[in-house]
Design a protein around this ligand. Sequence first.
Ligand code: GAR
Length: 220
Amino acid sequence: MAEKLRIGVLASGGGTNLQSIIDGCQAGSINAEIVTVISNNPSSGALIRASNAGVMTQCIDHRSFEKRDDFDSEVVAALKENNVQLVVLAGFMRIIGQRFLDAFPNRIMNIHPALLPSFPGLHVQQKALDYGARFAGCTVHFVDGGVDTGPIIAQAVVPVLDNDTDESLSARILVQEHKIYPQAIEWFAQGALSITGRKVIVSAQVQDSTQELINPPLDH
Ligand code: GAR
């Protein structure tokens, strides 16, 4: 088996995506080792989850830095010190600056709880509800200089139900996040992802379904 990919996870919140990646690494379904978990938020649940799993944690509070570049430099230094090969943003609520991008070209992934390019930014599950979208979902993508604009690796779609709330829709999307993010990381670890322009090709992946999704369902 190939050597394990060294990943650094950046998280700001509860850390359920981090947990799915920890679980995947432990189960061997992701051929990777989380070498550090960095949070900008001292009370992030992600830090607790990482400690519980015996993963090294670092808290780099963005509020201690006057300039975003200085915060970015500190995070990049911490990642480089640990020889991180792939940076995984898992609910990391800071924008990545150009210096950070240049330090890890095509080596930063993000998960976003919407079907990009619809609804980039924040509070996107509520935005999908307010818009009256019939489908919502999540997207794993490489990070580029825009907000949620980078090349798309994988997406999962869920229906929006008439009685959905922000909480119920977010929870339905989160279940899918926990499936597609570990898979995308494993593809990266296998060297199966190649980027051409905006397109990501997943090698050896046979797309055998052309099944359409319609919501609400048709009468017949
Ligand atoms: C997830 O829904 C993730 O997609 C979202 O934050 C949540 C983090 O949950 N990320 C973004 O909105 C990024 N802009 P978690 O801390 O339980 O993984």
